[in-house]
Design a protein around this ligand. Sequence first.
Ligand code: SME
Length: 160
Amino acid sequence: MYEFAPTPGQPKSALYADLLEAAQAITQDEPDAVANMANCAALLGQFLPDLNWAGFYRMVGGELVLGPFVGKPACIRIALGQGVCGTAAATGETQLVLDVHAFPGHIACDAASRSELVVPVKRDGTVIAVIDLDSPLHARFDADDAAGIEALAAALAQRI
Ligand code: SME
């Protein structure tokens, strides 16, 4: 049994430091990518408040394919350049979307989603996956969230 848990009321920087530490601890001795993504999706859901979806899409054969996640069932395949995830994968840049309804081509997997953060996971400069977070709250994510998830993505690049 693992006993990772966020400390109530901690500042966001400490929350992301604890999340990163937990993710590194739970993945460090495990070579299986699916197992590591599954546990990290669970940690994201456990540590980050006000999410309705958190998980991974993987680059497979030139498109994004659904990976381990917590949340409602989601669209399985996303072409590069489509939606928030496909834009992150195509550009290699984090996508911080305060209002998904204002994002051209946003793919609504869960009608409850209002804001979204998508961070590419790069290995040797190539996008191998994206981490996708959805929230039912408008403007749930800010630059601190982006930095926290980017640090997580960097830590996972060799483990997924
Ligand atoms: N909203 C995403 C699709 C994935 S779901 O949010 C899980 C997008 O526009 O790429």
